[in-house]
Design a protein around this ligand. Structure first.
Ligand SMILES: *[C@@H]1O[C@H](CO)[C@@H](O)[C@H](O)[C@H]1NC(C)=O
Ligand SMILES: *[C@@H]1O[C@H](CO)[C@@H](O)[C@H](O)[C@H]1NC(C)=O
Length: 128
């Protein structure tokens, strides 16, 4: 029993658990604020779902054992140039998959495709 307790102390006190977990960084690209009017901004409504999902995956070791998901996000402001900046910045920070975009993403998707990086949009906008 004591060795088990010691193991727990070692693991939790000295952070051995997080040291053995491999981090996967994912990028989330959404629209929060915009300079001009944009209809149906979903980022404001649904963004809680991705952080909730990541939290659930991280706290249940049966889902993705040995991995810890880090999420980084940016507000693209529904602008292609800002969107490309956000995507490439997240990529430089180590993101290996992207969830977004919410507005049009033909250019951003090609940037991701050029490096064979998955980009999954959560939204289809009928107005574009
Ligand atoms: C994973 O990221 C956390 C911070 O989010 C860091 O403390 C930890 O050292 C990282 N682990 C590895 C194996 O890179
Ligand atoms: C992306 O988000 C980070 C963290 O909030 C911020 O520092 C950075 O300026 C943002 N990048 C862009 C291009 O908006």
């Amino acid at each position: 029993m004591l060795w088990l307790l010691s193991l727990q102390v070692l693991i939790y006190e000295f952070g051995l658990v997080s040291a053995t977990l491999q981090n996967i960084t994912i990028g989330y690209l959404t629209v929060d604020k915009t300079d001009t009017f944009v209809r149906d901004r979903q980022g404001r409504v649904i963004s809680g779902a991705i952080s909730y999902a990541v939290e659930k995956i991280n706290e249940n070791p049966d889902i993705l054992p040995d991995y810890h998901i880090n999420i980084i996000w940016n507000d693209t402001k529904a602008s292609t140039l800002v969107g490309i900046q956000c995507l490439t910045e997240q990529w430089k920070l180590g993101a290996v998959a992207f969830f977004g975009f919410e507005d049009s993403c033909s250019v951003e998707a090609r940037v991701a495709a050029a490096w064979n990086l998955p980009l999954i949009s959560y939204f289809f906008n009928f107005y574009f």
